[in-house]
Write a new protein. Structure first.
Length: 198
């Protein structure tokens, strides 16, 4: 299936959200490191952020069973908040460098016109941009968020020193009006908290 997928546009010219792209990145990572996606994530990330519980990926049904890296990461809210804190602190946690600082900075937006807020076209919501697998939100503070199906969010605003994990159970996997309302609410909470810290 993946090998038969056709290119829809020239690379680097237009945004197109594609879960299969992330799945392929997971396969490339496994091939390059000789480790399963779960093993690599545990060793390089999860064990280093002080996670309290194991996270897990769903596995494919077909053997050999492999992680569905294009989605399906499951973790507790507190551990997701730890991941958000790592991103908020520029890739460093408890004095330990875990992620490259320039990668984290680029995750807040990279200045590429077709990835900027409002430029994603029909496959993205108007209040989002995209960079490094994160949804960017622009504005002066440049917050960014991970978004999962049925209303899951990991909202990170480093300038306000705010990380919010939002869990939900929307009746549909995706809902543009609920999404817009959620982003507005998350921004408002971060604004309020930043005002109170001044």
């Amino acid at each position: 299936m993946v090998s038969s997928a056709e290119r829809s546009t020239e690379a680097g010219t237009q945004f197109s959200y594609s879960t299969i792209d992330t799945q392929v990145l997971g396969w490339v990572l496994e091939s390059a490191t000789g480790r399963s996606l779960a093993q690599y994530a545990t060793e390089r990330l999860w064990s280093r952020i002080g996670a309290e519980h194991d996270a897990y990926y769903w596995l494919t049904r077909k053997h050999p069973r492999t992680a569905i890296g294009g989605g399906s990461l499951n973790a507790t809210a507190r551990d997701m908040a730890r991941l958000g804190l790592l991103m908020s602190r520029g890739g460093e946690l408890n004095g330990q460098r875990i992620l490259p600082e320039e990668w984290v900075t680029r995750s807040r937006g990279r200045g590429v016109p077709h990835l900027e807020v409002g430029a994603l076209g029909p496959s993205g919501y108007p209040h989002y941009g995209y960079s490094n697998k994160w949804w960017t939100l622009g504005g002066e503070r440049r917050p960014f968020t991970a978004v999962g199906i049925h209303g899951q969010y990991l909202y990170v605003d480093p300038d306000a020193d705010v990380v919010i994990v939002k869990t939900s159970a929307w009746p549909t996997a995706d809902d543009s009006s609920r999404d817009a309302e959620s982003i507005t609410a998350l921004r408002a909470v971060a604004d309020h908290l930043q005002e109170n810290h001044r």
